[in-house]
Design a protein around this ligand. Structure first.
Ligand SMILES: N[C@@H](CCC(=O)N[C@@H](CS)C(=O)NCC(=O)O)C(=O)O
Length: 213
């Protein structure tokens, strides 16, 4: 039994969906409506005290945090490998993942944006400017890294966890109206990755909790 608690537009959940799809692992999807605050409902907090998505269950084990979940999936289901065999290359791929998951994404999380709105009194325009700022700054760093490491994908010509982290972050950027023209490598990689069936199956709009229109 594999079960993923997620939300269609949660980019951290989207990373795990991509990895599950790339590894060909069927799973049950349980939607947690973040807009309705379901991540803070007592029954969900009993399961995942962190009160965030994704949360992953497999055979009685429960795991929070997308990077930990992806690393677990890689260890437990090693084929196809999504981390290189060479230890230095593995560390570099993990660094690409961390650049996205630790340096860009947390600054633009729902609860951060809600805090800016409610506790700081920021307008939607100010919140959007904040969001775009951290995407742009993060993508500048990422572009420099990817210009050195990428082939067809983020790390040479083999799919890795970095690809599963890149595409959801680009999805977020587009959502907030950030075009990719300043980052040609990111744009090229996103187009190549989104052409792959596994990435298409993981698309937010294809999840059961995505709105119909
Ligand atoms: N570092 C965490 C981030 C998880 C996270 O922040 N998830 C967001 C959705 S992408 C969430 O649950 N937000 C709910 C909230 O902020 O209340 C991970 O990689 O899993």
């Amino acid at each position: 039994m594999r079960r993923l608690y997620g939300y269609w537009r949660s980019s951290a959940s989207y990373r795990v969906r991509i990895v599950l799809e790339l590894k060909g692992l069927p799973y049950e999807y349980v939607a947690i409506d973040l807009r309705a605050g379901r991540q803070r409902a007592p029954d969900y907090l009993r399961r995942n005290p962190q009160g965030l998505v994704p949360y992953y269950e497999e055979d009685g084990l429960g795991l929070a945090q997308s990077l930990a979940i992806c690393e677990y999936l890689e260890a437990r289901h090693p084929t196809p490998a999504l981390l290189p065999a060479d230890e230095v290359a593995r560390a570099r791929v993990r660094a690409l993942c961390a650049l996205i998951a630790c340096e860009i994404h947390p600054l633009n999380n729902l609860r951060v944006l809600n805090h800016l709105r409610s506790a700081q009194g920021w307008s939607e325009d100010q919140v959007t400017a904040w969001y775009r700022h951290w995407i742009r700054e993060g993508f500048d760093l990422l572009e420099r890294e990817l210009a050195r490491s990428a082939g067809c994908y983020c790390w040479g010509d083999t799919l890795t966890l970095a690809d599963a982290f890149l595409v959801p972050q680009v999805y977020n950027a587009r959502r907030y109206g950030v075009g990719l023209a300043p980052w040609p490598t990111i744009a090229r990689l996103e187009a190549a990755l989104n052409a792959l069936p596994a990435f298409q199956r993981a698309l937010p709009e294809r999840q059961p909790d995505a709105p119909a229109d």
